[in-house]
Write a protein that binds this ligand. Structure first.
Ligand SMILES: NC(=O)c1ccc[n+]([C@@H]2O[C@H](COP(=O)([O-])OP(=O)(O)OC[C@H]3O[C@@H](n4cnc5c(N)ncnc54)[C@H](O)[C@@H]3O)[C@@H](O)[C@H]2O)c1
Length: 296
């Protein structure tokens, strides 16, 4: 397996393309938006420059990595002659179902189709293709070049051969694969999101402020980052959508998103990417506490 395609050049897609290219896979990076592709390549270059400055890679390795990546805005052209397609487009079920229907008709019949979805059912995605045994979840963590974990999600029909291929591939990228079955939230988000939601609920109930809640979890539980800062980093819209998938999937009120989280997303306060979430990221004010606006 040498030629792969990555769909989506956003936060995760550019990190995934960077990682594969660094280990000498030929990567076709595909996005509907040329601006996203340009931004994705600029981000990869910036991250490689940072690695170069820290002497983790040489100038030659940087150039080699960049030359392994080609960009496309046309899906059919981008997936031609690839053995694996890794979809990392926007987290929207209808969008992903359309992409997988198209992939099934454009790709060679042996091509493995993987999704980086945080929460959408792999079984549901696989069901729109004629090759459900070759559809699998490959859930990388952000930032991809640094984080070791890959949650590998087996859909109801995913074959053992597909699982083994993707497991082996993950180790070739120096990642640690973990096998997980396909239920809402998989493992990572099933455990992480209720914790984030409870942190928001604690803030909403006025038990403590943003910094206080994050400090308790960092210094008391040795978490490298507080749950509210982490929610800002992931994106509050992403957190809300994952909680809703678990709420709908399990029909269990324990996954109901906190009304404060819902309000913040409706108000466009999505975290670091929008300039404000639980912390203020505008005008270079890094993570300033803005909790007083949100507590009851
Ligand atoms: N952000 C995270 O921390 C994180 C972590 C793990 C998994 N994920 C998952 O990774 C996926 C991507 O998330 P992200 O944070 O990178 O999103 P993002 O919004 O940063 O990027 C999504 C990209 O997909 C592109 N896109 C939209 N429709 C497309 C189409 N039809 N064809 C090709 N490209 C298309 C957009 O132009 C955009 O560049 C989602 O499924 C998300 O749940 C995200």
């Amino acid at each position: 397996m040498k030629n792969i395609a990555v769909i989506g050049a956003g936060t995760m897609g550019n990190g995934i393309a960077h990682t594969f290219a660094q280990y000498n896979y030929k990567v076709n990076l595909i996005d509907v938006s040329q601006a996203s592709l340009d931004k994705g390549i600029a981000t990869i270059t910036k991250n490689l420059d940072r690695m170069l400055a820290k002497e983790k890679i040489s100038e030659e390795e940087k150039q080699q990595t960049l030359s392994n990546i080609s960009t496309f805005t046309n899906l059919e052209e981008g997936v031609k002659s690839t053995s694996l397609v890794l979809e990392a487009a926007t987290e929207n079920v209808d969008l992903k179902l359309k992409i997988f229907r198209d992939l099934d008709s454009f790709c060679d019949e042996d091509t493995i189709l993987a999704s980086n979805t945080s929460s959408i059912s792999i079984t549901k995605i696989a069901a729109v293709t004629k090759r459900p045994e070759k559809v699998i979840g490959m859930h990388f963590m952000n930032p991809v070049p640094i984080m070791k974990l890959v949650e590998i999600i087996k859909g109801y029909s995913t074959s053992e051969a597909t699982f083994k291929t993707v497991e082996e591939l993950s180790t070739k990228l120096k990642k640690v694969p973990v096998e997980v079955n396909d239920y809402p939230g998989f493992v990572a988000n099933r455990i992480l999101m209720p914790m984030i939601n409870e942190a928001v609920e604690t803030l909403y109930n006025g038990v403590a402020g943003v910094k206080e809640i994050d400090t308790v979890m960092m210094l008391g539980m040795a978490h490298p980052m507080g749950p509210l800062a982490l929610a800002d980093f992931i994106g509050l819209d992403v957190c809300l959508s994952i909680l809703n998938v678990m709420y709908d999937g399990f029909k269990n009120p324990k996954y109901a998103p906190c009304p404060l989280l819902v309000n913040m997303v409706m108000a466009g306060k999505l975290g670091a990417k929008s300039g404000e979430g639980f912390y203020d990221y505008s005008q270079n004010r890094k993570a300033e506490n803005v909790s007083s606006q949100f507590t009851k």
